[in-house]
Structures are given as structure tokens and as C-alpha cells.
Design a protein around this ligand. Structure first.
Ligand SMILES: Nc1ncnc2c1ncn2[C@@H]1O[C@H](COP(=O)(O)OP(=O)(O)OP(=O)(O)O)[C@@H](O)[C@H]1O
Length: 682
């Protein structure tokens, strides 16, 4: 639905238009992002307001006594001394109150399985808790305990307290994680209760915090302060603040500062996290020079830093559903080169948000919902996958928290630590065909045979002169002046990139258009005389049995799975963008129209959300101008199944279709699950 005259998307209902491509994404020049990040690093150093925002202005009254760090101190950066003070205080308390030094964090790393985890187990050692944690623990018990993570959370706290030791040589000998929530009570409750376990009837009083839902609706001001103290002599500080709010929740949740579910997940993952494990991101190619070493027994020596610039796309869930414009995420992992003095501040930043919330979120610093996902799906996160846009590597001789003195910019391979070029498809060569390479097929009236048309122009049947004459191709000619050649090339490159999947038409290249105005036309393999799934469903030929329809569904799921494995999102799956070839070799399914497809990045339709509503086949988060994702493609595929049910009564697909169309992306099945589900019906 792209009007090539204006290169805008057209709303099918009122004809209004909006930009086809999201301005931020198309202009998302990676180096621009890197520059932005560098500028921000500069601000970190010089701009007190920036620091103030970053350093979590939690009212000190909300921080449990043992963890109070004065706001002023925070503003001057949390120094090692501050942290050590906190640790000492806590350790002293811990040692006084318990002797369970052998506990470790295994409990918190156990997979959470159903509701079978018994909170009572975790409560066995209740007496070993510090008053703060005891208090929190008791409050937790008052909350709904349906979520097993609560139980695990409880265990994390207990084990942490129990096993943390402060050794005589200033060595933290614990192998445990230490958890501090700055909130007086970590809260996680089921919908309908608030953090005190009271039932909540209207959203105004809904002060509970649900990490999952928050990933879709950032339902209030939340401020977070976490300390993670890990194995010998490492410390990690995470500060995160989210000021994004959703109207009625602002009041209710101001000051809420815990995110226990997130934290638990984080702890469970820590072993594999880039901040902790060796196969993470510690491999900066930039060796700090010897000048920068500041050697002393217990002071920081130097650290190198790796900063990830990503759009959040991780071949999985979107960063968040409602906060559509938030695209700048920065993750800084600083790793000391002297292991014994390791410290890792970590922050994330998202710089803008969509429509309604823009004013509220101008200064938004963290993107916690995304971070929740990040931690949960660490294996598939940008940090550990190939979906990395850019990395800033820097070294500094300075101690914790200050901006790097030397900064270098480059992309870095996760495994080799080598600087890499930014990965896009732009280097894929698209073959150029000459006019004479293509012979248009003509009808009895000597007119070109048009297989399909759209606002873009025509799709004509042809053959290529240098290949088997019977092998038909189609020439997609973009007939309006505003055709952006880059977009045609993008479509060609996506097709070429996906060629080996065999679920898209083969792309033969581009050629000069034969119709005015000049430009390029896309030449691709002709599939089944242009029979779309939409037309096939309308005709519903008797020869196509229910088993055939299921086979089509299966092929679609398989195809999408392969496409996603090639880091491509289709972003526009619908029944008229699926071609069916039912020739001698049986039914073959192909996806067409790569106009919105993206490689290693999501897409945002940047029209006003209300204008997106008619596009019912797009996932709700996409219609609300959030990022597309593998799960939004799954949603659209579910809508294709929905159409198959409606039009040809393929009711066996009902459950699968409903699953795909679940509101929350994280609840939708993966393509792999889809394949499994459909294959049992075949
Ligand atoms: N490879 C192909 N083989 C056979 N027919 C094709 C092929 N590609 C496209 N067509 C035919 O051309 C029609 C339009 O093509 P396509 O879907 O790529 O255009 P479009 O950009 O989606 O148009 P619109 O934006 O208006 O939906 C298809 O519905 C199909 O009938």
C-alpha cells in the first residue's frame, strides 16, 4: 500500500498517508548512533544533569537503612569506597546473623519450573535474614505467590545473605550473589493485587509491578537501584531508572523501586552474562596502554570498556511494545583488566518514546522492560548474537564511573574481538540485466501479460533470453516517478539473501524499466502464475483438500522459520503476499513482496496508531507503532491461518492461529513451536 508518488503508506480507510519507512530507522546510520553514544559519554563526564538522571534519584527514605547511599554521593559517582562501606555493613550484619557460609547461588540458578517450587523451603532460614530482607520477605509472603519467580527470588535473597562473607584480607570470599533492592519491599503480584497483596479494582491504585506486562505497558514511574556482588572481589552496580509513565499509574507507582523478577532473572543468568562470563564481551581489542595503569594493592588499576549500540533487535522479542520510538539502547560493560578489582557499571538508555508519552519520557534513562528481555534471553540477545549494530570500545585509566579518556569506535566480533564492518545487505551485489535480456510475453492482442498490479506498478510475465525459454520470470515494474531505486535494490538484496531458503522467488536482478519514467525493474522467478493465497482461498478449488490447507500452513511456518534464521523479518505477511504454486510437484508456498522486510533490524510503521488500526493482520504492538519482531511476523502468520479458517473452514488451525495472535509477543509461539504444533496435525 505504498503510493509511489509520495512514497507514503496509504491508509486503506481514509486515504491519508504517512511515510512508508520510519524516519529513524531509515536514517539510522550506525555511525550516527555511535556518535550519539559518544556524545552521551561526554555528557556523562561533564553534565551534572545527565548524571542526576542516570544516578537514580531515589528518595533516600525508600532505601533500606543498610543500603543508604546519599544522593550527593551518587552524584559524585558511586565510588569504590561507598560500595565497600555498604558491603562491609551488610557483611558484618550477615556474619552476625547467620553462619551459612557454604550456601551458594545454585538455588537461584535452578530453572523455574511451574508452581512446584515451595516457598516454605525458602523460608526455612528466615531467621538468618537481615531485618530489611526479613521485612521484604514477609511482605513477599503477603503477596500472591502464584508466580514461582517469587519463590526463587526469595531464595536468592536468603542464599545471598547466608553466604556472603567478608574475609580478613579484604577479599570477598563468597561465591554468592548479593541482592539489594532499594525498595522497601520487592513486589511482584498477580494482576488484581497490589504489592501489599490487597486487591486492586481500578488501575489507579494498581501499584504492583509485573515485569512482563511492563514490557508492553510501562505502567509507571519506577526507580531502581541494584547491587550485585558476585564472586571473589567483583562488584557490579546496576542503576536503572524509568520515568516513562502511563497516565493513571504515575501517582500510584512513584517511588516504587524494586524489580525483583528482573533481578532474579538477572542473577540466574549472571554466569552467562557479558558482565561476568568469559564468553561475554570482555574482549576489547583496545589494550590500555601502560601509562594508564594505576597500580596499587586495592585500587582500581584500569579498565577497558565495551559499549554496545543496538536497536534492541535480537531475533526475538521487541525491546518494548508501547514505547515505539525508543531505539537507542546503550549497554556499557566495563571490565577491569585486573580481575581482583573488577567492577562493572552497567546502564542502558533509551532516548525517546512514542506519541502520547513523549513529554513524559524526554529524560527517560532506562529501558527496563527491554532489559528484562535482554537478561532473560541472553543467549539470543544482541550481546551474544550477531545482531549487533555497533560497539564502542574504550579504555580509561580512570576509576569507576568516569568517562573513558580514550575512545575508539568500531564493531567488534564477539568471538574474536576483531573489529568488524557493520553488517548490512548493502554490499550484496544485485545482477544488472540489459533490456535485451528480457523478453516480455504477450497475449493475442500483443499486449504484455500482466500477472498482478498494485500501487507500485505492474508485474509482467516474461522469459530471460539466456536461460531455458520455458522458464518464466516476472518483471516488477515500478511505474511512478517517486520510486526509490534503493528500495527496489533492498527488495532484490533481501530476495538474494533468502534465496537458499527456497521460500521466496529467486531474484535474477534488476534491469532498466521499459516504461517511463526511467528507473529499475525487479526480475524474479515466476511462481504459479501469480496465484496468491488470497485468490486461492476465494476460489477454494475442490481439488485442494483439508490436508492440503494444513500442508500450506506447515510450509508457511517452516518458511518463516528459515527466513528468521537468516535474520530477516518480513513485516508484511498477509494472504496476498503468499504465492501458491500447485503444479506437478504438488503445492509449493512462497513469500513475496519484500518491500518492508528488514535485515537485522526491526521496522516501525510510523503512522499515527489510530491510522494503523485497519491493518488487522499486523500485530497489535506494530499497529501501535512499536517494533516489528519475529513474534510480530508470527502474529501475522496467525492471521493468515485465521483467514484460512474463515474462508475454507480449516478449523484444525484454530488453536494455532489463536496462539499466534496472542496480544503479548512473548506469549506467542516461536516458529519452531509452530512447526511442531502443525506437524502433528499432518
Ligand atoms: N514472483 C512472482 N511470481 C508470480 N506473480 C507474482 C510474483 N510477484 C508478484 N506477483 C504478482 O504480482 C502481484 C503484486 O506483487 P507484489 O505483491 O510483489 O506487489 P506489492 O508491492 O505487494 O503491491 P501492493 O503493495 O499493492 O500490495 C502479486 O499479488 C502477484 O499476483
Amino acid at each position: 500500500m505504498v503510493n509511489k508518488e509520495t512514497n507514503k503508506m496509504t491508509n486503506p480507510t481514509d486515504g491519508s498517508q504517512w511515510n512508508k519507512r520510519p524516519s529513524l530507522l531509515t536514517s539510522a546510520n550506525n555511525f550516527g548512533k555511535i556518535r550519539l553514544a559518544m556524545r552521551t559519554l561526554g555528557q556523562w563526564n561533564t553534565n551534572p544533569r545527565f548524571r542526576e538522571n542516570l544516578i537514580c534519584p531515589i528518595p533516600t527514605t525508600a532505601i533500606p537503612r543498610a543500603y543508604v547511599i546519599k544522593k550527593n554521593d551518587l552524584h559524585q559517582e558511586v565510588s569504590r569506597v561507598d560500595l565497600e562501606e555498604v558491603i562491609k555493613t551488610e557483611c558484618a550484619h550477615s556474619l552476625q546473623n547467620n553462619r551459612m557460609a557454604n550456601s551458594n547461588v545454585n538455588a537461584c540458578r535452578q530453572p523455574v519450573c511451574g508452581n512446584s517450587f515451595s516457598i516454605n523451603d525458602a523460608n526455612l532460614h528466615h531467621n538468618t535474614l537481615s531485618p530489611t530482607l526479613k521485612n521484604a520477605n514477609m511482605k513477599q509472603q503477603q503477596c500472591s505467590m502464584k508466580d514461582p519467580r517469587m519463590a526463587v527470588a526469595d531464595t536468592v535473597m536468603q542464599n545471598s545473605v547466608a553466604s556472603f562473607e567478608y574475609g580478613k584480607d579484604d577479599v570477598y570470599s563468597s561465591q554468592s550473589l548479593w541482592l539489594t533492592c532499594s525498595n522497601e519491599s520487592p513486589s511482584y503480584t498477580e494482576e488484581g493485587t497490589n504489592s501489599r497483596g490487597q486487591s486492586v479494582e481500578n488501575s489507579e491504585d494498581n501499584s504492583h509491578y509485573d515485569d512482563d506486562r511492563t514490557s508492553g505497558v510501562d505502567d509507571g514511574n519506577k526507580e531502581y537501584l541494584y547491587f550485585i556482588r558476585t564472586a571473589s572481589q567483583s562488584q557490579q552496580l546496576r542503576l536503572s531508572r524509568s520515568s516513562n509513565s502511563n497516565g493513571s499509574y504515575i501517582k500510584a507507582t512513584t517511588g516504587e523501586s524494586s524489580d525483583l523478577p528482573w533481578f532474579v532473572e538477572y542473577c540466574r543468568m549472571l554466569e552467562r552474562s557479558p558482565t561476568h562470563s568469559d564468553d561475554g564481551l570482555e574482549m576489547s581489542p583496545f589494550e590500555p596502554d601502560s601509562q594508564s595503569k594505576r597500580s596499587s594493592n586495592h585500587n582500581w588499576v584500569y579498565w577497558s570498556s565495551v559499549e554496545l549500540i543496538t536497536n534492541g533487535y535480537s531475533n526475538g522479542d521487541p525491546p518494548s511494545r508501547r514505547d515505539g520510538d525508543n531505539q537507542d539502547y546503550r549497554y556499557s560493560v566495563r571490565r577491569s583488566l585486573q580481575v581482583a578489582q573488577l567492577q562493572q557499571p552497567r546502564w542502558s538508555h533509551s532516548s525517546s518514546s512514542s506519541g502520547l508519552y513523549r513529554n513524559d519520557t524526554e529524560d527517560e534513562i532506562s529501558e527496563l522492560p527491554w532489559f528484562v528481555k535482554f537478561c532473560r534471553n541472553l543467549d539470543s540477545s544482541p550481546v551474544s548474537s550477531d545482531a549487533i549494530w555497533g560497539i564502542i570500545c574504550s579504555t580509561s585509566s580512570d576509576s569507576y564511573g568516569t568517562a573513558p579518556e580514550q575512545t575508539s569506535v568500531g564493531l567488534m566480533s564477539r568471538s574474536s574481538g576483531k573489529v568488524l564492518p557493520i553488517e548490512t545487505l548493502s554490499s550484496t551485489t544485485v545482477p544488472e540485466l540489459e533490456m535485451g535480456d528480457v523478453i516480455f510475453k504477450r497475449n493475442a492482442a500483443n499486449e504484455r501479460i500482466v500477472l498482478g498490479e498494485g500501487v507500485f506498478g505492474y508485474v509482467c510475465l516474461a522469459t530471460l533470453s539466456d536461460i531455458d525459454e520455458d522458464k518464466e520470470v516476472v518483471v516488477k515494474e515500478f511505474t511512478d516517478e517517486s520510486t526509490d531505486i534503493d528500495e527496489v535494490l533492498h527488495e532484490a538484496r533481501i530476495l538474494l539473501h533468502l534465496e537458499e531458503t527456497n521460500v521466496v522467488p529467486k531474484c535474477f536482478g534488476v534491469m532498466p524499466k521499459q516504461v517511463e519514467p526511467s528507473g529499475v525493474a525487479l526480475v524474479q522467478e515466476c511462481i504459479g502464475n501469480g496465484m496468491t493465497l488470497q485468490r486461492l482461498l476465494r476460489i477454494n478449488p475442490p481439488a485442494i483438500t483439508h490436508a492440503d490447507w494444513l500442508d500450506i500452513a506447515y510450509q508457511l511456518a517452516m518458511g518463516l522459520d528459515q527466513i528468521h534464521k537468516k535474520f530477516v523479518l518480513l513485516n508484511d505477511i498477509k494472504i496476498d503476499n503468499v504465492l501458491i504454486d500447485y503444479g506437478s510437484q504438488g503445492l509449493k508456498v512462497k513469500f513475496i513482496d519484500m518491500g518492508y522486510a528488514t535485515f537485522k533490524e526491526p521496522f516501525i510503521f510510523d503512522g499515527p496508531p489510530e491510522d494503523m488500526e485497519p491493518y488487522v493482520y499486523l500485530a497489535p504492538e506494530v499497529r501501535q507503532c512499536g517494533y516489528t519482531s519475529t513474534k510480530s511476523d508470527v502474529y501475522s502468520l496467525g492471521y493468515v491461518f485465521h483467514d484460512m479458517i474463515r474462508k475454507v473452514g480449516c478449523v484444525r488451525l484454530s488453536a494455532v492461529s489463536e496462539l499466534c495472535k496472542l496480544r503479548r509477543p512473548e506469549d506467542r509461539p516461536t516458529t519452531k513451536t509452530l512447526i511442531d504444533l502443525i506437524s502433528v496435525m499432518l
